[in-house]
Write a protein that binds this ligand. Structure first.
Ligand SMILES: [Zn+2]
Length: 178
């Protein structure tokens, strides 16, 4: 007799990877544009993280400036050996692009996006990570998360972290001020 399981399956929705994001002209333009940085000396403010397509690990390189980091990202992307790549800001947090039109005040305040950024990704499903500079999900990850292995978890407060870079939602999430 065939045995069937009625156990529910967990639906995991992955945020768009770099390849998905590049299908949006407005995001391609955003990624190509050199971000405005504070006029203070920063050591390697950019880091490229590539997840190998064969699941054998990650490639990473810290970079002193954006054009260098963008060049590394491009090289990894065109090698077709990575399933996802992000150019992570290590020092400066960037709010979601297109988030410009504010309405109301105080508890009644809400924000709209400029038209060109509407329709790119689902903002109810994904939240902008100010470090990865792309939509992500913030979840509770085990210590085996790539970004947490060498970092002791000192506090269980705000345990939700970016699926890609591992930053806490309370730090890098962009819905706090929405
Ligand atoms: Zn992130």
């Amino acid at each position: 007799m065939a045995v069937t399981s009625s156990a529910p399956t967990v639906a995991t929705v992955h945020p768009p990877c770099l390849h998905d994001l590049l299908s949006f002209d407005v995001y391609r333009k955003y990624l190509r544009t050199i971000p405005i940085m504070p006029n203070v000396p920063l050591v390697n403010p950019w880091q490229v993280w590539g997840r190998k397509a064969d699941n054998s690990g990650w490639a990473s390189k810290c970079c002193q400036d954006y054009p260098q980091a963008f060049g590394v990202l491009k090289k990894l992307y065109t090698s077709h050996q990575y399933s996802d790549i992000a150019l992570v800001s290590r020092s400066v947090l960037f709010i979601e692009p297109g988030k410009r039109i504010w309405h109301g005040k105080g508890a009644n305040a809400y924000v709209e996006f400029t038209p060109e950024f509407l329709g790119c990704w689902d903002r109810h499903q994904f939240e902008w990570c100010k470090r990865c500079r792309r939509p992500t999900t913030f979840e509770k990850y085990p210590i085996t998360h790539r970004a947490l292995r060498k970092a002791p978890v000192l506090s269980e407060d705000n345990p939700l972290r970016c699926y890609y870079c591992g930053a806490r939602q309370s730090f890098a999430g962009d819905n706090n001020d929405r």
